[in-house]
Each structure stands twice: as C-alpha cells, then as structure tokens.
Design a protein around this ligand. Structure first.
Ligand code: PIF
Length: 390
C-alpha cells in the first residue's frame, strides 16, 4: 500500500464508521456564555462535550472533498467555464457544514500539524496551527492540476439566540495549466438556537472570486448565499453570476449549498455538482460525511511516517472519538496547561514561535515553505526533533 517513503501507492480501505457515536450529554452553553459576555470566546476554554472529533486543521481538508471540480476546471479551455467550475468548488466546500451545528471543531495547539494524502483524489494536503491567539490554521494542498492554499481565522459574535462566525482570510487557487490565480472570499456562518431548541446552521453573504492572473481578461464571479426568508428554516439557496471585464453577465448559476449547483436557466440547467449522500446514522455520529469520517483515521501503515505533532496522535480528540468524554476532558486540560507552560517559557526567554512548515508572505497570507514532504521522505520525521505538544 505504501512505498518505502510512506506514500500511498494504492487505494487503501478506509473506515466507514467512527468507533463510537456522540456521547455528549449536552452542555449548558448558557452558563459558559453568560459568564463570558463581551469576552473574545476564542480565549475561553470550552468543555470537550462541545467538540466534534475533528479539528480546524482537518476542517480545512474537508473542503477538498469535491476537488474533482478543480480537476475539471484545469481541463477546460474556456476561461468563463473555468470560473464556473471554480465557483462550483467554492459552493461544494460548505456542504459538509449542513449537518454540523451540534458541535465545534477542536482548536489545535500551536505547532500542531495534519497531513492527508489522497492518491484516489490526486491531492496531498498539509496544515499547521500557526497562531494560538488569535487561532489561525493554515493549509496547502497540491495536485498535478491545481494548488490551493488558505489560512482561516474567525471572529465570533454572540447575539443571544444565535452566534455568527465571521471568517477572515483569502483562499488561493492556482491552475498552472492556464496560469490562473483565483482569490476567493468566504461567507458568514450563523448557528441559530445556540442556547435552546434545535440548533441549525445558516450561511450568508457573498463569495467573490477573482482571477488575478494578468494573462486573461478579468473574469469575475459573485456567489450570493441567501439569508432564509422564514424563521427557523433555511432553504440554503445560492445564486451566482460570472461576468466579463465589462461587467456583462456570461453565465448564471444557482442551487443549494447543501445539495446541488446548476448552470443556466432552471428549465434547462446543467447540474455541475451534487453532494454525496450522507452515511447511515449520521445524526448519531456528529453529522459527519463519509469523507470526514476518514480524516482522523490512524491507519497502521501511515503511523511511522507521521510527525509526532500530527492531530491523529492528539489524545483528547482520540478519546472523544472513542466515546470517552471524561478522559478527553482530562487530556484537553492537561494539553492546554502544557501549552500555557511553553508560552511562559518562551516569554521568559524572549523568544517567539515560528511555524515549521508555513511562512508569512505579503498580502496577509500564510503559505507552505515547501519543506514538509521533502523532510518526510528524507531524513523522515522519526529522525527529526519536534516539540512535545501532548
Ligand atoms: C481553548 O480553545 P477551546 C481556548 O482558546 C483557551 O483560551 C486556551 O487557553 P489559553 C486553550 O488552550 C484552548 O484549547 C475556545 C474557542 C476556540 C476555535 C476556533 O477549544 C473555531 O476550548 C471556531 O475553544 C469555529 O472556541 C466554530 O476557537 C465553528 O476553536 C462551529 O470560540 C470558540 C467556539 C465558539 C463556540 C461555538 C459553539 C458551537 C456549538 O489559556 O492558552 O488561552
């Protein structure tokens, strides 16, 4: 299955279920939120019952589920149609959030990393927590058809009945075949009924996609995620236009971000993307999709090749996945204390943390420093020093 450098050479069997269903007894969020009114919630340690057994580094990888749309874009000569497929990819990235209002991802510790190599999908992905306060996760994904990188941080706004998560940062997608460089923004996520009732998630706002490459005419795409019209339900509608440099509409697109996305008039539309069916009993298993279930799997064949900072070794997340909530909470507290201690030592020594696999580049973004896969191959992570994160 793997060559001597630990790269997957064949498609491996992947788990189709998490080891345990969600055991969360339901935390009283009101107690937590009311005692922290006005505070930046990213600075409040939350009980582990609020978490799902996935972290924000892996959440970024979830957005690659429908990367075949980027492969299609990379094989499309018409620049407006390339933009159409990039837009479909942008919408598809939100599909997995539909069933996920129940919990929040783990917040990785500073220096935590994650890798995901998917020969079946043609990509390899890495991510790293590059800042603790504010929490920032950076990722880099490459395939022969595209390169994607982004870093994500959130601002929380607690409104009483709902909470808004406003993301910052830009997603970059490069299609080397056409020298296209797309820059994408993100929409706001809102968790409704945060304190009582059935929680549900809504996405609203605009995603703007610009091809910033100088070789093509400036094609622009604007995708609007519509706010629900009636309270308590959302139809998750999206509408989009692809326009040329003079602002003429070249393509109309529409659909639902949790379901499907179409090109053209509703009467004669072409389906560009459809969400994969959800696994059996998904409600009991954190609302995870099949692709998400696979992300935290620690396959024996990969274990010797991972750095010790890889999320799959993080004990609290693993214990939660296995259904041991008490053990997970103990470990979460221990890991957080360890992180505070490392920070204290750094402050004493007047040093600052430098991310291992990402570098800060101008225009406000983190990008891979290109060393991860090289070091993994030679000398191999088992021969390198890493900080103890847990
Ligand atoms: C801890 O993170 P939590 C805190 O950052 C704490 O300040 C720190 O201690 P220190 C600990 O080391 C951390 O472990 C708090 C916060 C983290 C995110 C970003 O995991 C993702 O305990 C948010 O959590 C996306 O969480 C949500 O931020 C998508 O993880 C749904 O702000 C929040 C979450 C808001 C609650 C959402 C509820 C949804 C049901 O002493 O070092 O400062």
């Amino acid at each position: 299955e793997r060559d001597s450098a630990g790269s997957s050479v064949s498609v491996m069997a992947r788990r189709s279920q998490l080891p345990s269903p969600c055991m969360g007894a339901g935390v009283n969020l009101w107690n937590i939120l009311s005692s922290n009114i006005g505070k930046d919630l990213s600075k409040v340690a939350m009980p582990v019952q609020l978490n799902e057994p996935i972290n924000t580094l892996q959440r970024l990888c979830e957005e690659m589920e429908y990367c075949h749309l980027l492969d299609t874009a990379a094989h499309t000569h018409d620049p407006y149609m390339r933009m159409v497929y990039v837009a479909a990819f942008a919408v598809s990235a939100y599909a997995c959030t539909y069933t996920r209002a129940g919990g929040k991802p783990f917040n990785p510790v500073l220096g935590e990393t994650y890798e995901c190599e998917r020969p079946d999908k043609g990509f390899r992905f890495i991510s790293e927590q590059v800042s603790h306060h504010p929490p920032v996760s950076a990722c880099h994904c490459e395939s022969k058809n595209f390169t994607l990188w982004q870093d994500v941080r959130w601002k929380n706004k607690f409104w009483g009945k709902s909470m808004e998560i406003v993301p910052m940062g830009t997603t970059h997608i490069v299609l080397p075949r056409f020298a296209d460089h797309y820059e994408l923004s993100r929409v706001t996520s809102c968790i409704h009924n945060i304190l009582s009732g059935q929680r549900w998630i809504e996405q609203y706002g605009d995603v703007t996609i610009r091809n910033t490459s100088a070789t093509e005419d400036p094609v622009l795409c604007k995708i609007t995620f519509l706010k629900s019209r009636s309270q308590g339900s959302s139809s998750n509608e999206v509408q989009a236009t692809v326009t040329d440099s003079e602002g003429h509409v070249i393509h109309l697109l529409f659909g639902k971000w949790h379901e499907a996305f179409y090109l053209g008039d509703p009467s004669s539309a072409i389906c560009l993307w459809r969400a994969n069916p959800l696994p059996l009993n998904y409600e009991k298993y954190y609302g995870f999709t099949q692709f998400t279930i696979e992300l935290n799997d620690l396959d024996e064949s990969i274990r010797p090749f991972l750095p010790p900072t890889d999320t799959r070794f993080r004990p609290d997340q693993r214990l939660l996945e296995e259904g041991d909530v008490t053990g997970a909470e103990e470990q979460k507290k221990r890991i957080e204390a360890l992180q505070r201690e490392s920070k204290r030592i750094q402050q004493e020594n007047n040093t600052t943390h430098t991310p291992r696999f990402f570098k800060w580049i101008e225009k406000d973004s983190w990008t891979s420093n290109g060393t991860y896969w090289e070091l993994r191959k030679d000398p191999g992570f088992s021969k390198l020093e890493f900080p103890v994160l847990w």
